[in-house]
Design a protein around this ligand. Structure first.
Ligand code: AMP
Length: 404
């Protein structure tokens, strides 16, 4: 895949940064490459075990950086880019920012005003937004002249209508506290929805697809005419389908029950729902679909049960997305599980046979036909599209920083 012609072909390079609370992932895109030329991660930040590792031209390197924070990691990264003669061509930096609240309907060039708004959204994503802000500020301090762009996980879903994003709660809680569905994984849903429309030769202006981003985190989105009209994740990424370690939807009364019966605090319950539930919680052994699939194949009943619940809940969520669409052209699978697990795709499509899906087992087992389709000729279409989240961030970074 090549970048679209509207972007000048050049050797400028664009650094994409994904700052977590204790990690910082990065990818460098040179010219119009859709594959990152250099990728890496700094982990266990602010601990003695902090280290940075990267891969460039097939060669892996790593350096211990005991106690390094985001700023020190970036300093090292810029030094590494210099040593590799990649620093001088660095043209702009794109940041993945999890939450843009209702402020951001699209990516934005970072200015003091934009940064203030990202800070204002921190209450909605207390673990993620502060980390992104730390990354942005660290770049600003070290490279004050380089343009920076923020690309938001939530932005794509800002087109959802009120009937899709409101909860059945007192309206005042939306007005005063911003409690509503925001949705996440927006860059991925947007990219794979557009790609599927293109691959299948649909008319974007009159198209309806459901996208299933199935990685460690999982979410489903209904995309009508290229716009998100509903999505499974909500106020936080905990809502929706079951995931690796997250429960997804549960009866909210379970909180009270757990607090009374097991004397758990709210923090402990939130931790349980985010980190010890989902595939891990049911299987009791792993949050990883590949591991669980191997265990199930060897007769592990608990692993099998975890996969069954996962697939059924997915199918149910996908079916619910139909309410947001005025037509339904295709189901799109993406993310580590969506792209690679024929087992999950098969189970989901079998549950959804009533919608006209007919699995082509042979195609599904080999990862799709030349287009990525895993269904029979007569079936409603289900297609695998590889997601490219970093590349989408790079594209927006280029678009917002290149002179017209
Ligand atoms: P991601 O967060 O997109 O990297 O996806 C991670 C998930 O994809 C994990 O649950 C992996 O086990 C799963 N995954 C990756 N490759 C495979 C595979 N070949 N078969 C089944 N699951 C896979």
């Amino acid at each position: 895949m090549r970048a679209s012609k509207e972007f000048r072909l050049n050797n400028n390079s664009y650094l994409i940064i994904n700052s977590g609370s204790s990690s910082l992932k990065f990818s460098l895109f040179i010219g119009d490459n859709s594959e990152a030329d250099l990728t890496g991660i700094a982990e266990r930040l602010a601990t003695e075990q902090a280290e940075i590792s990267w891969k460039y031209q097939g060669q892996k390197s790593e350096v211990k950086l005991a106690d390094a924070d985001h700023a020190q990691v970036l300093k090292k990264l810029f030094a590494v880019l210099s040593e590799l003669n990649l620093f001088d061509s660095l043209t702009a930096i794109g940041h993945r920012v999890v939450h843009g609240g209702e402020y951001f309907k699209e990516s934005a060039l970072i200015t003091p005003n934009v940064l203030n708004k990202i800070e204002a959204c921190s209450a909605l994503a207390p673990l993620h937004n502060p980390a992104a802000i730390t990354g942005i500020k660290a770049v600003t301090e070290q490279l004050p002249d380089i343009p920076q762009v923020a690309v938001f996980d939530t932005a794509f879903h800002q087109t959802m209508p009120a009937h899709a994003y409101l909860y059945g709660l007192p309206y005042e809680l939306y007005q005063s506290q911003g409690i509503r569905k925001y949705g996440f994984h927006g860059t991925s849903h947007q990219y794979v929805a557009n790609k599927a429309v293109e691959i299948l030769g649909l008319d974007k202006a009159d198209s309806g697809v459901i996208t299933a981003h199935l990685g460690n985190g999982c979410s489903i989105s209904a995309v009508q005419n290229g716009l998100s009209v509903d999505t499974s994740m909500g106020f936080t990424p905990l809502e929706g389908v079951m995931m690796g370690t997250r429960s997804g939807d549960i009866d909210p009364s379970i909180h009270q029950f757990l607090a009374n019966k097991l004397k758990l605090s709210l923090t402990e319950i939130t931790d349980l729902l985010n980190k010890r539930s989902g595939l891990l919680g049911i299987s009791g052994s792993s949050n990883d679909m590949r591991t669980l699939s191997a265990q199930a194949a060897n007769g592990d009943k608990q692993a099998e049960l975890a996969i069954e619940v996962f697939a059924y809940r997915l199918a149910k969520s996908i079916a619910s997305m139909l309410a947001g669409l005025s037509r339904f052209d295709a189901l799109v699978f993406t993310g580590g599980i969506g792209e690679n697990s024929f087992l999950v795709r098969g189970k989901v499509l079998n549950h959804l046979a009533v919608l006209g899906f007919e699995l082509d087992e042979k195609l599904n087992n080999k990862g799709g036909d030349e287009l990525g389709l895993v269904t029979t000729q007569a079936s409603r279409k289900a297609i695998i599209v590889q997601t490219q989240e970093e590349w989408v961030i790079a594209q927006d970074t280029i678009r917002l920083t290149q002179p017209a």
